[in-house]
Ligand binder design. Sequence first.
Ligand code: PMP
Length: 392
Amino acid sequence: LTALFRIFEGYDFLIYLDNAATSGKKPESVIKAVNYALNNFSANAGRGGYKLAVDASNAIYRVREKVSSFFGASSPLKVAFCPNCTHAINYVIKGVMSNGGHIAVSDLEHNAVMRPVYKTNCDYTVVETSFTDDKITTQNFENAIREDTRLVICTAVSNVTGKIMPIREIGEVCKRKGVLFLVDGAQGGGVVPINVGKYNIDFLCIASHKGLLSPMGTGILIAESDIPDTVIEGGNGINSLELKQDSEMPEGFESGTLCLPNIMGIGAGIDFISKIGIEEIYEKEMNITSFFYENLAELKDVILYTPYPEKLSFAPVLSFNIKEKHSEEIAEYLDKNGIAVRGGFHCSYSAHNKLNTTDVGTVRISPSFLNSMNEAKYTVNVVKKYNLFLKS
Ligand code: PMP
């Protein structure tokens, strides 16, 4: 399988363990699809009636179909392509909350959620989540819903702790209570199963450059419910003689030229994952994550922030620290030894506030199914060496 992936040119040695930031290796088939689009589809989709422009639009539609069936949406027309997941989240939060109301949001959210929530000026409740008992998390969400709650927001997977959230159960609560449900699928999409229809999700936002193994610079919005207001207006090839932009999916949220090569890459990424199987990918990633956990847990000065990453409860994201060290220093040491991990705050005030790590951040390891056990062993040895060196 590794033969299907390029190595990092210019690096003699690199162990890439920052797949929660972006998938470090894109399949050859994704690169080919992007190249094919650049060579053959450089016409502006939805902006002309000539054959090449129509072919480009049709090619995009086929990827809408793939996304829609991969995430269980009711129609390909519920799928919009955005500049990234952050834009998609902004469209939902600002569009849905334009008339006010209350928001209930988990205590593990990324700033891509918390900053737009804050910007709305709406009242919001941060819901405490549990690492060990999903029933408590679900109950806490239910308790936080008020008469005026319009939107419940929960990440599918925490980008700092790897916790898989009980989005299916929270979706049931939202349906029963009649409130809209937004899932931030940036870390979960392509990593754990997410089904918009079965989980009662109104809005799902995806960072396709992560779990869907496609290029950076494009994200996905799936909207099963109306978003009453647009957030970014402009040309979208629809009703061009009217100044007011309609907020209908998908074009209402696709202002400006789409990144067609990236969209082709998303289609190829979904094909790649579907062929291997999301469960098989997850299984391999979790074996490596558990190996890291078990071996780091043996080191006296290592702090781990979650319980053991049980399968189906956690995704392949692990945070740790070494006592009395700043996470960035540890990450820098690993980098000098050819290992790419992310230290610091991972753009999440909420998660670091919950972990009490707003002073030093954490070192985050996020393996992919392409990492080997040998790479994991090497990495653990480097951490051990650093730990010994600190004590000497
Ligand atoms: N939510 C979470 C949980 C994330 O991890 C990220 C990316 N780090 C985002 C949202 C935003 O994704 P993007 O940067 O692709 O817009």
